[in-house]
Design a binder for this molecule. Sequence first.
Ligand SMILES: Nc1ncnc2c1ncn2[C@@H]1O[C@H](COP(=O)(O)OP(=O)(O)OP(=O)(O)O)[C@@H](O)[C@H]1O
Ligand code: SF4
Length: 261
Amino acid sequence: DNLSSVKNVILVLSGKGGVGKSTLSVQIALGLVHAGKTVGILDTDVCGPSIPKMLNLENASIYQCDQGWVPVFATDDKKLCAMSIAFMLGSKDEPVIWRGPKKTAMIKQFLTDVHWGEMDYLIIDTPPGTSDEHLSVVQNLKGRVTGAILVTTPQAVAVSDVRRELTFCWKTSIPVLGVVENMSGYVCPHCSECSLIFSQGGGEELAKQENLRFLARIPLDPNLANCCETGRNLIDVFPDSATLKPMMELQVQTDYCCKSR
Ligand SMILES: Nc1ncnc2c1ncn2[C@@H]1O[C@H](COP(=O)(O)OP(=O)(O)OP(=O)(O)O)[C@@H](O)[C@H]1O
Ligand code: SF4
């Protein structure tokens, strides 16, 4: 069993696209690595993989060992690795035009045929919604998911979409670690003042109503976007960023919630 030495499996879910699942998956992973953990990221967005770009691994490809595919290491100390369909494509502009069963089979292979090795955390970044990819993850992990992190933006429409993810978690018996509100205000690059662009507090309100843990409120921050473009950890590049405190809070809370399960 290629997952037998993986201590915690975290799903990152959202009802809407573009709310920051991949960004937060990568930043949580980098934070956990910073705290000395070994972490893997599985990109299950078969049609729109973005993890390789966010880890600066766009030109990487994978090879096989006796136990299966070897994930791509993102750091020299081999504490962070990733797997994505993008590593198998001939060119980064090649589209994946697959129907459900083929996507489902691919995700099954990611979970059974990748030699993840000893790992504290496997973070699974998912596409938006609740579709083939999500069902495939749940079916193949059969009760091995430690918990899900629900990502939302503050607006009412995004929060109502995340409620569907919550129902999905209940129906599939996945524990919910908590809710993150991303793009919650905008941090000015000149004076670090945080201005509210959308409303604020939708994610926190949802957490309160559903008796879930509110993990963090992460603002829109050009420095964070910059880190995502270049595969770098916010703490290494922008140690004075106003986003660092809530981001570290998210990383610490994630670790704590998994430990207390
Ligand atoms: N807090 C933030 N501050 C600045 N930019 C952000 C923030 N969160 C996300 N972004 C940017 O928004 C874009 C979308 O983010 P991301 O790809 O992480 O969303 P997603 O939910 O994974 O998208 P998809 O649904 O397509 O998988 C990216 O360019 C990312 O850099
Ligand atoms: S927040 Fe302050 S520094 Fe930033 S653009 Fe507005 S006025 Fe200028």
